[in-house]
Design a protein around this ligand. Structure first.
Ligand code: NAP
Length: 266
């Protein structure tokens, strides 16, 4: 049985992860972490997701529970991620990182950790999105030089980063195949007199509202035809199940930076 710790236990993904860990026969929750000043400290983690009493009280720091888990699954905030990753990696724990919107310094903490422990990081842990990345590479290879590429994404009103990490991963997949540098060709939203579209740009459009779990469309718009590859998540369990699968897959792996495509054998 793989002993799993989660950060952000009271968050939208944290509560869903509690269910996904419970459902997977290979994993057991042993540590649930929240902000040190959270009102949830001391609450039984099972009560956060309707699982009933698990006998695992939510804690406010990793230092006292480092002996109690094998892998840490983190879906929290970029600042929290950098902190827990450094502590867990120093203790030799495997890491599954789902938090998005990391800046370069926060990403560097994860890259450093991957020199020491196995790390699976993905902007999206769902099977469908990871399969769509493979499909996008094929579409870009066939259509990329003749079609305009635009990426549209929609998420719930609480999402703090834009465009989504998944939209950026999709843009990166397409840009890599076409030999374009995403940083240079990305256009984030348009307003006013923008002039005609430049050929090699990759456009991003963002919608925020309601309880949308996560929709992504990549459009290859050519003269006379248009291909759209769309993924729609209808439940956070799609991400949570993937993250728990990654946690089980990491057991016994060599240190390194892995992605969900490797976990899924894509
Ligand atoms: P959320 O509901 O805001 O949950 C974040 C949780 O982290 C909150 O409970 C928050 O507590 C807690 N937290 C904040 N600081 C902490 C700390 N120092 N230590 C421990 N916990 C801390 O957000 P969410 O919707 O679950 O999303 C979380 C992250 O996952 C986001 O970056 C999101 O983009 C990403 N995400 C990734 C995927 C994927 O497949 N990779 C899928 C969905 C979401 P407070 O509320 O008390 O501050």
């Amino acid at each position: 049985m793989i002993r799993v710790a989660i950060t952000g236990a009271g968050g939208r993904m944290g509560r869903t992860l509690l269910e996904a860990i419970d459902e997977n026969p290979l994993t057991a929750l042993t540590v649930a972490l929240e902000r040190p000043d959270s009102s949830l400290i001391g609450v039984d983690a099972g009560e956060l997701s309707g699982l009933g009493r698990l006998g695992i009280a939510v804690v406010g720091g990793l230092e006292t529970v480092l002996q109690d888990f094998d892998v840490l699954i983190d879906f929290s905030t970029p600042a929290a991620t950098a902190g827990v990753v450094a502590i867990a990696a120093a203790a030799g724990k495997a890491l599954v990182i789902g938090t998005t919107g990391l800046d370069a310094a926060q990403q560097a903490v994860i890259d450093q950790a991957a020199l020491r422990v196995p790390v699976c990081q993905a902007a999206n842990f769902s099977t469908g999105v990871n399969l769509s990345l493979v499909l996008l590479e094929t579409a870009a290879r066939v259509l990329g030089d003749t079609a305009d590429i635009e990426i549209l994404e929609a998420h719930h009103r609480h999402k703090c980063d834009a465009p989504s990490g998944t939209a950026l991963a999709m843009g990166q997949a397409v840009a890599s195949v076409l030999g374009r540098d995403l940083q240079s060709v990305a256009v984030y939203g348009r307003e006013g007199h923008t002039g005609p579209r430049e050929r090699d740009t990759i456009g991003f459009a963002t919608v925020r509202g309601g309880d949308i779990v996560g929709d992504h469309t990549v459009m290859f718009a050519a003269d006379g035809e248009r291909l759209e590859i769309t993924h729609k998540a209808s439940s956070r369990m799609a991400f949570a199940r993937g993250a728990v699968r990654a946690a089980a897959w990491l057991a016994g792996r060599a240190p390194g930076h892995y992605g969900m495509r490797q976990v899924l054998g894509l």
